[in-house]
Design a protein around this ligand. Structure first.
Ligand code: CDP
Ligand code: MG
Length: 719
């Protein structure tokens, strides 16, 4: 194209953008919301004033022009500059979405971020959540195909949608947000978009697809290079200087140090809210409790301190509390109160909380690690990177100069922390991703355009696992079973379990178990009430299986009348929210089962009891790759990988059965296996002779036992 026509087109577009802005202004002054046809609320007007001050507004026309001119644009902007909440709205406003036809999708690595940002943006646009603006996370779709023009969804969900809609035809524009987080799903999506974009150029069947990649860190050049030199726009944030303090000595207990520091700040520092980074729910709840107690100890004269936790399994209503304003002074003219938010990594870049002046950074987060040699993927509390530490301290300088207290030494910051966190793709098992890619028709995994290719051993392991499960044949091609497995939004092993469960006459039970495992912990065990909680759990315990224990609790819950459920949960130390979401997960899985023609059958007898053998067989049929065998020395050894493991003390299994299958291998101070079920050697050799192939088997006690089982099996066969 000639450069003069090019320039003219740009000018036209810029003009369009300006006009659009004018129409936007006109609409706003006319006071009618085009999405609802109703007058804007006064709340809309007041939020609008704060929105207009966000740094991204200065770049609106430049940005829209870049998007008009290019299929991909990379945006780098500091956290809090308004990228996530505003840029998708710009795209919608300028006309990239039409109700019922196409929409703008914005991906988020975390579920909490997807739901909380969708809620905020619906508020900003003065529309109903679930209609004009919606969100989709696994097992929860709050959007309307006929009305939604802006949808926030987890990166994993977009990947799922691609399986049934390979051209992503329902989207006119996809915003890949938080790309710097380099989650597994975002990395795969980037590779996938590289394949989809050439097929969705202007004039193509599904129309042009635009992609905006947004990143919070300086690594944006890497994205730019990956996307073939796409234009890079930088949006400066509004940041104030943050003074960083280190401890003189390493802290032995970072949790204790963090709560102590929070209380000291409340006592000694000027006004401003506090953000504390911890690694998970338990730690966070404990810290919240201790900070509250510490504040009480300060007596009545101290100003008010409110403490809010933030982690993914927290109910949305409680999550929203982090945005409420800090309490005012107790008496007229007194010292203002203060808010403390104790959060996981989510507050590092995904969510911006205004008013934070003090950040406490113990230097840890929960990170996924994968060891392909022993096939173990775990979440481990690990040191963060220097890049993360910088992001965290930056959160203190959003509204005015702030302070960041790093609970480690300056020397440690420079010498012990890595510069950046490794992308998740280098730290994960890949079986799920490989199955997804195969389903998407991408067979050549070696040449798939990963930004950072996973280790060959990890890919090999994934192919091997999928082959054992029967999802891929020996040529690596997808089988019918594999295609069915890919339809289920579950780990391949769980999918296989569900699909095969009718063979054991217990698909109703297995779907309950799978649903109960897909939600946060159902059994509560508060520290101060551990004994009572254990007693309550004892009613449900099946001492051969943690899975069946879960099932017993879930099945009892299903029979409790709706109106009594809350009380029942409370009295039985059951997490009300978890178990009710398990019910909704079960409903959705049943829907998919119906679609895939997987019959729903039950092994429950007339007296209401389950055929636990049948259930344990169904569990074994999919979990046999995670078997452990009791050693004469008294511990367990994982079969084939020969890792010493111990059954977690919270397990329902009280004896020491010879064979167990397990759900999770937690690499902590002691190698625990969790969610464990007793199994039998004879089932293993019958169900998975291809896996328990003794010709290629490491020497171990389990091998001798399996040999005997094969002999018995042969005898049964000849009889
Ligand atoms: O994505 P980025 O970090 O650039 O910023 P953002 O998430 O769009 O946040 C922009 C502003 O919206 C911040 O000042 C937030 O405090 C505010 N916000 C809010 O008040 N409530 C929410 N639920 C989300 C954002
Ligand atoms: Mg953001």
């Amino acid at each position: 194209m000639g450069s003069s026509t090019d320039r003219k087109r740009k000018l036209d577009l810029a003009d369009d953008a300006k006009k659009q802005n004018k129409t936007l202004d006109a609409r706003q002054s006319s006071g009618i919301n085009p999405w609802t046809g109703k007058a804007y609320s006064s709340r809309y007007q007041s939020i609008l004033q704060t929105r207009l001050k966000l740094p991204v507004y200065k770049f609106q026309s430049e940005l829209l022009e870049a998007v008009a001119d290019n299929q991909i644009v990379v945006i780098e902007g500091e956290t809090g500059s308004g990228k996530t909440t505003q840029i998708p709205q710009f795209l919608v406003e300028i006309g990239y979405a039409t109700p019922g036809k196409s929409c703008v999708g914005c991906t988020q690595p975390r579920r909490v971020a997807a739901t909380s940002i969708a809620t905020r943006v619906a508020e900003e646009m003065d529309v109903t959540l679930g209609k004009t603006v919606g969100y989709t996370i696994r097992f929860e779709d709050i959007s309307d195909p006929n009305e939604t023009v802006l949808k926030f969804l987890t990166d994993g969900m977009l990947l799922r949608e691609a399986m049934s809609d390979p051209f992503l035809s329902r989207y006119s524009c996809i915003v890949l947000d938080e790309a710097h987080e380099r989650t597994l799903a975002t990395d795969v999506l980037m590779g996938l978009l590289m394949e989809v974009l050439p097929k969705r150029k202007k004039g193509s069947k599904h129309g042009e697809l635009k992609v905006v990649v947004m990143s919070a860190t300086l690594d944006a050049e890497k994205f730019q290079a990956y996307f073939g030199g796409a234009p890079l726009m930088k949006v400066p944030g509004r940041t104030f200087p943050v003074e960083v303090f280190y401890t003189a000595e390493p802290e032995r207990n970072y949790l204790e140090a963090a709560t102590r520091t929070a209380i000291q700040i409340h006592q000694c520092e000027g006004p401003g809210d506090i953000l504390v980074f911890l690694t998970g729910e338990q730690e966070i709840e404990q810290a919240c409790e201790e900070i509250r107690l510490g504040a009480q100890d300060m007596g009545k004269d101290a100003s008010e301190l409110v403490v809010y936790p933030l982690y993914s399994s927290l109910p949305p209503a409680q999550q929203r509390k982090i945005f409420s304003a800090a309490p005012g002074p107790k008496v007229v003219g007194g010292k203002p109160g203060r808010k403390v938010v104790v959060s996981t990594n989510i507050a590092e870049t995904s969510l911006t909380i205004d008013g934070i002046v003090y950040v406490i950074d113990p230097g840890f987060s929960k990170q996924k690690v994968y060891n392909p040699r022993i096939r173990v993927e775990s979440l481990l509390v690990s040191p963060i990177s220097r890049a993360s530490a910088r992001q965290r301290s930056g959160r203190a300088g959003r509204t005015r100069p702030g302070k960041c207290f790093r609970l480690y030494t300056e020397q440690s910051f420079h010498n012990d922390l890595q510069e950046t966190t490794y992308p998740e793709i280098l730290r994960s098992k890949m079986s799920n991703v490989v199955l997804t890619l195969k389903k998407l028709g991408i067979d050549d995994l070696v040449h798939f355009d990963f930004m950072d290719p996973p280790a060959p051993e990890t890919l090999m392991r994934a192919l091997e696992v999928l082959n054992y499960l029967g999802a891929l044949d020996d040529e690596g091609d997808m089988t019918d079973l594999g295609r069915q497995m890919a339809e289920l939004p579950l780990d391949p092993q769980l999918s296989k379990m569900l699909i095969c469960s009718p063979d054991y006459n217990c698909s109703d039970e297995i779907v309950s178990i799978v649903a109960s495992m897909s939600v946060p912990q159902i059994f509560l065990r508060p520290r101060e009430n551990a004994k009572a909680a254990d007693e309550a759990k004892a009613q449900f315990v099946d001492n051969t299986s943690d899975h069946i224990t879960l099932l017993n609790a879930y099945a009892t819950y299903e029979e409790i009348p709706q109106a009594e459920r809350r009380d029942w949960c409370w009295n039985n130390f059951i997490n009300d929210r978890s178990i009710s979401s398990a019910e909704s997960v079960k409903k959705q899985l049943k829907g998919i089962m119906r679609r895939l023609d997987i019959p729903l059958v039950t092994c429950r007898g007339a007296n209401g009891s389950f055929d636990t053998n049948a259930i344990r067989m169904a569990l074994t049929s999919a979990m046999y790759m995670q078997t452990a065998y009791l050693q004469s020395a008294g511990n367990y050894l994982t079969v084939k990988d020969n890792q010493i493991v111990y059954v977690h003390p919270g397990s329902s299994i009280d004896s020491k059965p010879q064979w167990v299958v397990f759900e999770e291998f937690a690499l902590t101070s002691k190698n625990y296996i969790r969610t464990v079920t007793t199994t039998r050697g004879e089932w293993l050799v019958e169900m998975a002779p291809h896996y328990f192939d003794l010709e290629n088997f490491p020497e171990c006690e389990a091998k001798d036992e399996l040999m005997l089982e094969y002999k018995k099996l042969a005898r049964r066969m000849t009889r």
